[in-house]
Write a protein that binds this ligand. Structure first.
Ligand SMILES: Cc1ncc(COP(=O)(O)O)c(C=O)c1O
Length: 475
């Protein structure tokens, strides 16, 4: 049973030079009896006032208002979670037809019985299908198990211990191995490096992709830099899409970097658009081919966020020479991938047109959650000087930058009222965000009304942390 109650927190009038802004805050509280409570909408009809322009008295007044709102939230015993970059149950249900799609026919068109061992490079039909996702020739594409992250780990471990071109080329022959990590970035990329004792050097992530001036100058001056992490389309967490110029310059890195340098091109969100007008990325394989740097490129993708997360199909692409070497390495781990699952995916996703339709169905489910987050941030925080954020056209995340020094505080404030956020710092190598600003928001998994409640609570936490911070500075 649900009860909706609207509580007017406090009408407030404050002066800002000659501008008079009427601030009226109302909280609509929807309490669900059962095991969870939701704060639904928090309305602020307030003209945006930049926090730096407020006097100490005005800041104190605002702090009291926001603190009341924060304490009201505490009373609700919220249990909300914006940490999980995973598909929601409606999304995974879009692929339930995978179960049974084979209808007892385990043979591919070319006659392979998928119930048996073999085929380390994946089914021909699966390689052809997923090559279209990566924009690569099928013969340069390998289809593996359920996790692209595992393929990335394997690739790096192979380059480190066995060498991309035989043992003299193993990165591990050097005293140190370093990777460039655009930040904010994906925590699990950084975890792989940390686990394998690869030193991470951060480079700023710009709207166009990694700061290529910085990347180029670093790889030119240090041959121990052996890799660059990339999430080219709808980056995790910024949602940015690499520009053509960035792709062109990344494709040329093999010409200026030390020996056996690799671009780890993790195209995890290659087809994960929220809007039809979302930008695409120039096909990096063709650009590398043009520059003769195909051996420096490893591309990855998976159906984790297309079909079933954890029970999908992962794929990768590189030069035929690199794939041949890597296959020898993989052969020590497995006699072959799960071809039954590969065939199920081939039958279910069929071709790029069917895949595109399927991804539109995903977008229809998660777009309202993204719009809820972005509209709330816009309504509550735009021009307030309390943070900025990305507005992705695809992918799984919104990246929020709090005022420097406040990300951890915001996450802690949210945690104390039952709203889990990704730990501050996790979008940086070694969990160290030197400015302590970045927070990754993941709106896909919770129900829309929980996303609403969570983002409204998040905004209150940002306001409270920012106002208290400003007060401390001004006093
Ligand atoms: C950029 C990126 N790469 C890879 C993955 C995981 O991929 P997989 O499930 O194929 O291992 C994720 C999951 O969040 C991701 O965001």
């Amino acid at each position: 049973m649900r009860v909706a109650a609207t509580a007017l927190i406090r009408p407030e009038v404050f002066r800002l030079g000659i501008i008079e802004a009427f601030c009226c805050a109302a909280v609509t509280v929807i309490i669900t009896f059962g095991n969870s409570c939701h704060l639904s909408t928090l309305l602020h009809e307030e003209k945006a006032v930049h926090i730096d322009q407020l006097s100490v008295a005005e800041l104190s007044t605002q702090r009291d208002i926001v603190l009341k709102q924060y304490n009201a939230l505490k009373e609700l015993n919220l249990a909300l979670d914006l940490t999980r970059g995973k598909p929601c149950s409606e999304q995974v249900a879009l692929s339930d037809a995978l179960d049974g799609v084979l209808q007892g026919n385990y043979f591919t068109d070319s006659g392979t019985d998928v119930r048996n061992y073999g085929g380390l490079e994946g089914l021909a039909e699966a390689r052809a299908l997923f090559a279209k996702v990566l924009d690569t020739p099928a013969e340069e594409t390998l289809v593996g198990g359920n996790s692209s992250l595992a393929l990335m780990y394997n690739t790096i471990e192979f380059a480190l211990t066995e060498g991309l071109s035989g043992s003299p080329s193993a990165w591990g022959n050097n005293d140190r191995v370093k990777f460039l990590c655009p930040t904010p970035g994906y925590d699990r990329h950084f975890a792989i490096c940390e686990h394998l004792d690869i030193e991470m050097i951060t480079v700023p992530m710009l709207d166009t992709g990694p700061d290529m001036d910085r990347v180029e100058s670093l790889v030119k001056e240090d041959p121990l830099i052996k890799g660059l992490w990339c999430v080219p389309r709808f980056s995790n967490p910024t949602g940015g899409v690499y520009s053509d110029d960035t792709v062109e310059r990344i494709a040329r890195l093999g010409l200026i970097a030390g020996d056996h340098f690799v671009v780890m091109w993790d195209n995890a969100y290659a087809v994960h658009t929220l809007y039809d007008d979302a930008s695409s990325v120039m096909p990096v394989r063709d650009v590398c081919h043009k520059h003769g740097t195909l051996d420096n490129l490893f591309q990855f993708g998976s159906t984790s966020k297309i079909t079933f997360a954890g029970a999908g199909v992962a794929f990768m692409a590189s030069s035929e020479k690199n794939l041949a070497g890597l296959k020898q390495h993989l052969a020590f781990q497995t006699i072959g991938p799960d071809k039954v699952n590969q065939l199920r995916h081939v039958r279910f996703l069929a071709n790029p047109e069917t895949l595109a339709k399927h991804m539109s169905a995903h977008a229809a489910i998660i777009r309202p959650r993204f719009e809820c987050v972005l509209n709330t941030l816009e309504h509550e925080l735009s021009n307030s000087g309390m943070g900025d954020w990305s507005s992705p056209r695809g992918g799984y995340f919104v990246s929020f930058n709090a005022l420097p020094g406040l990300a951890k505080k915001v996450v802690k404030l949210a945690e104390s009222i039952g709203v889990k956020l990704t730990p501050a710092g996790s979008t940086f190598p070694y969990n160290d965000d030197p400015q302590d600003t970045n927070i990754r928001l993941s709106p896909t998994f919770p129900h829309l009304e929980d996303v609403k409640a969570a983002i409204n609570a998040f905004v209150i936490c940002v306001k409270l942390a920012s106002i208290e911070h400003c007060l401390r500075l001004k006093r």
